[in-house]
Design a protein around this ligand. Structure first.
Ligand SMILES: [Zn+2]
Length: 60
């Protein structure tokens, strides 16, 4: 199972989140979302995504 940052829900490879630089991850997530252009994506704005990338929809 891939891990997701608890702060911003981004999928993270390695030991540090590229967005918040944090290391608090979870593998308890549901749904996947790929944001190509956060400025033009309604979904991204709704859940507060500001950077392109792959995100989980729900994180525990
Ligand atoms: Zn993060």
């Amino acid at each position: 199972m891939r891990k997701v940052c608890r702060n911003d829900k981004m999928f993270v490879e390695g030991g540090q989140c590229p967005i918040c630089k944090g290391s608090s991850f979870t593998d308890n997530w549901k749904g996947r979302l790929f944001i190509l252009d956060a400025d033009k994506s309604e979904v991204a704005q709704k859940i507060g995504i500001k950077q392109k990338g792959e995100y989980a929809i729900k994180v525990r």
